[in-house]
Ligand binder design. Structure first.
Ligand code: PLP
Length: 397
């Protein structure tokens, strides 16, 4: 048998991708399965972005670029942080990577050692724990249930912090819960973080634009605790906001020594992100932002439809979200009511086999008894999926 590294043996493949693949395979085999697992917008990439990439190919912009991104794209990222977030970075404080995921991976490789701890609020995006494990460090989970709107409190954070805490993740709005921290909540977490100068902070703003309350400006922890700037990394990307998941462009802004170290990791792994995608990302950041508003309006309508439908079902409770294209209902009532089902993993199996609905069990995100439903699919699909789920809920009553 082939011996694999201890590091790689410690991680598991992404559960969300697994469900999506399973639904796809069943559909290919002729089964009628509605996929509610998708972690990407169902809209096409806007035309002006695609055209910029086509032009880049025609112009022969098809070679290596600087490892950390073209000067033009980095300038667009600097301008974006300035314009939308009120954050001031120099180009040396920016690293463009192959998706937001690589930004996080680079960060973990650059700052974590064995013995270090990384705090991950749960429910969490599936990749954080494994990225931490691949860096040889230990994930430390802080659990936040529906009763606290899936958001951790300062008291919980303080209880989890130790001398070994090296990195603290904040993801707002959150995948999978859709909840966003308010300015006051972030300020309170920041007060705890101030007491632990060794801890770096990673604010994952990937869903910044997918929020319902457009009158409220987006806030991250750096906006409310600017003194944390020497140890905070701001992570973002074009994947979700511009429906560009396949283009693989993410970016990070932060303290220069950390960005430099992250760049070193990238230079010895992938080198630069795709030249063509960088031109497309620049067009996304510099072009009209109208496309975002259209997508967000559609997501909000679907959110209302799905949350109302779920709350009308016996055994299911679903909090309205602040944003993202996920909702995170509590489905323990279904689990309790179905004889052949004893946890959320088995419920997901049951739903895919018996009801033709593919969703991701909450335990994949660190919270049992829940499920993540992606609303990044058509209204018609969502309506039909809710009808199917309602039948199961009646059965489980
Ligand atoms: N951060 C969060 C919270 C996400 O949900 C995702 C994608 O699912 C990412 C980062 C990574 O995005 P990308 O596709 O740009 O790697």
């Amino acid at each position: 048998t082939i011996k694999l590294s201890t590091r790689v043996q410690a991680v598991k493949p992404s559960a969300t991708l697994a469900i999506t693949a399973r639904a796809k395979a069943l559909r290919a085999a002729g089964q009628d399965v509605i996929g509610l697992g998708a972690g990407e917008p169902d809209f096409d990439t806007p035309v002006h972005i695609k055209e910029a990439a086509i032009k880049a190919i025609r112009d022969g912009f098809t070679k290596y670029t600087a490892v950390d991104g073209t000067a033009e794209l980095k300038a667009a990222v600097v301008a974006k942080f300035e314009r939308e977030n009120g954050l001031h970075f120099s180009p040396d404080q920016i690293l463009v990577s192959c998706g937001g995921k690589q930004s996080i991976y680079n960060l973990a490789q650059a700052v974590l050692d064995p013995g270090d701890e990384a705090i991950i609020p749960a429910p969490y995006w599936v990749s954080y724990p494994d990225i931490v494990l691949l860096a040889g460090a230990a994930p430390v989970f802080v659990n936040a249930g529906a009763e606290q709107r899936f958001k951790i409190t300062p008291v919980q954070l303080r209880a989890a912090m130790t001398e070994q805490t090296r990195l603290v993740f904040i993801n707002s709005p959150s995948n999978p819960t859709g909840m966003a921290y308010s300015a006051d909540e972030l300020k309170a977490l920041g007060e705890v973080l101030r007491e632990f100068p060794r801890a770096l902070i990673a604010t994952d703003d990937m869903y910044e634009h997918i929020r319902w309350d457009r009158d409220q400006a987006f806030v991250n922890i750096l906006n409310v605790c600017p003194d944390l700037e020497p140890r905070t990394l701001v992570l973002n990307g074009v994947s979700k906001a511009y429906s560009m998941t396949g283009w693989r462009i993410g970016y990070a802004g932060g303290p220069e020594p950390i960005i430099k170290a992250m760049k070193k990791v990238q230079s010895q792994s992938t080198s630069n992100p795709t030249s063509i995608s960088q031109v497309a990302a620049q067009a996304a950041l510099e072009g009209s932002q109208e496309c975002i508003l259209e997508m967000v309006a559609a997501f909000k309508e679907r959110h209302d439809l799905v949350v109302d439908a779920l709350n009308a079902m016996p055994g299911i409770e679903c909090l309205p979200t602040d944003g993202t294209f996920y909702v995170f209902p509590q489905v323990q009532g279904l689990i309790d009511g179905l004889n052949s089902v004893s946890n959320d993993l088995e419920l997901a199996e049951y739903l895919i086999e018996q009801a033709g609905i593919a969703l991701v069990p909450g335990s994949a995100f660190g919270l049992n008894g829940c499920a993540r439903i992606s609303i990044a699919t058509s209204r018609a699909n969502l309506e039909q999926a809710m009808e199917r789920l309602a039948k199961v809920a009646e059965l489980a009553r």
